[in-house]
Design a protein around this ligand. Sequence first.
Ligand SMILES: Cc1cc2nc3c(=O)[nH]c(=O)nc-3n(C[C@H](O)[C@H](O)[C@H](O)COP(=O)(O)O)c2cc1C
Length: 501
Amino acid sequence: MARTFFFIISFVFLIGAFLIGYFISPTFYYAFLILLPVFFLGVYDVLQKKHAILRNFPVIGHFRYLLESFRPEIMQYFVETNTEGRPFNRIYRSLIYQRAKNQTDTTPFGTQVDVYRPGHEWIDHSIYPKDAHKLDHNPKVMVGSSQCKQPYVCSIFNISAMSYGSLSNRAVEALNKGALLADFAHNTGEGGISPYHLKHNGDLIYQIGTGYFGCRSKEGRFSPEKFKKTVSAKQVKMIELKLSQGAKPGHGGILPAKKNTKEIAQIRGVEPHKAVHSPPFHKAFDSPEGLMQFIKQLRDLSEGRPVGFKLCIGKKQEFIDICLAIKKTGIFPDFIAIDGAEGGTGAAPVEFSDRIGMPYKDALAFVYNTLVAHDLKKEIKLFAAGKIVSGFQLARAFALGADVCYSARGMMMALGCIQALQCNSNTCPVGIATQNKQLIKGLNIEDKGHRVANYHKKTVSAFLELLAAAGLERSEQLERKHINRRINSTEFKTYEEIFPY
Ligand SMILES: Cc1cc2nc3c(=O)[nH]c(=O)nc-3n(C[C@H](O)[C@H](O)[C@H](O)COP(=O)(O)O)c2cc1C
């Protein structure tokens, strides 16, 4: 129907333009400059075999693709409400931008959050609040078990793992500069340590994934010699062994071919311009005891730096088995980082992003309880990640048992990420999650480094104000009883009731 209509209209216009040009004025022949390309586009649409919509609706069908390509922008700019956007709604995105830019971060006229909606959470304040100004403005936690020779005094809020490769060189530099300026730590991600991680001298947590990038033998296995060399950099303060990541546990890593430039390939020790898949499993160990022995090997090779592991909880028994292995071997990891299913990534299959892994709050409560039950918590610090971007979210994680928090996407937004959701396509419009040189040019390291530092400082300071309002002075004083969650319109429970010790 639409096809026939297209051909009738096309012939009417083409013949009409010809007749008017012939009888009235040859100027009308210029109409062919538009009419002929449109006509041939329509003929092409009808003949091509890939898109039914174009075969049935020649020319006009292209508007569908055009509008579809603008959909995320239309949604974000015109449709989405302040509380709706995903993964981060506008309230949080604006809060991060304001804090990063050192702008006013207060809100007028009262909350926009529905405080009677099931799931709404709040912290108990005290009639006897403390003076927030008197609290340590960059509170820190000592990470290092009794077996660690070089404990690291770690800020309570740090940059979570994101590798050079998934992020641009300038993004990595700006993050590291921010870490230096505000005195906190920057996790390298599993892509090895690049010159951009080292340039500004911010503290690093060197992450090793299943690809062993930065400490990889030719066969793709762990190389003790290379590891020793890599961790000898003075910026490396801790080592994190990645078992899994919340956004895609059990999947391994993907570096898309487009992002695997010659330089990145050299840093990682792989072939350039090919998609790099890190396997989902480690080759260096295959049992809980093996994991502990490997942790000991890493600690020995790094002259006693703190070594921990990161995981998203899946089968609970497997974590219990790790605790048993710690007791059996007598080897303590210095920290355990819990990543939730709500975590971010550069690229992951939808099923893995949406339907696998335990969310971080459930996982953190479980891991804390299990460590306490096995009398291990006093040796091991707990790190947490999973959409922790505000002072309240820090407080909530500490109440559940975390000692230290990580943020990946919060820090990306401090760098200027606009949640364009293009991390997997090399087209990140703000030059953060891309290797496209033209796009990277837009990112100013100096300015964004300061923004990352501001965001860190202001978020920690917002947390301290909450802590003081609760009548407390240190993050470790927060307990599950201090946080409440609405269950239905007339009932709420404390975290202690929801996540019992
Ligand atoms: C672009 C990007 C790259 C990431 N790369 C890694 C990585 O190399 N290793 C890792 O363990 N986690 C990686 N993650 C996960 C984050 O470190 C973090 O655990 C997760 O996003 C949850 O934190 P968030 O909610 O603050 O983003 C990445 C996340 C993003 C957004």
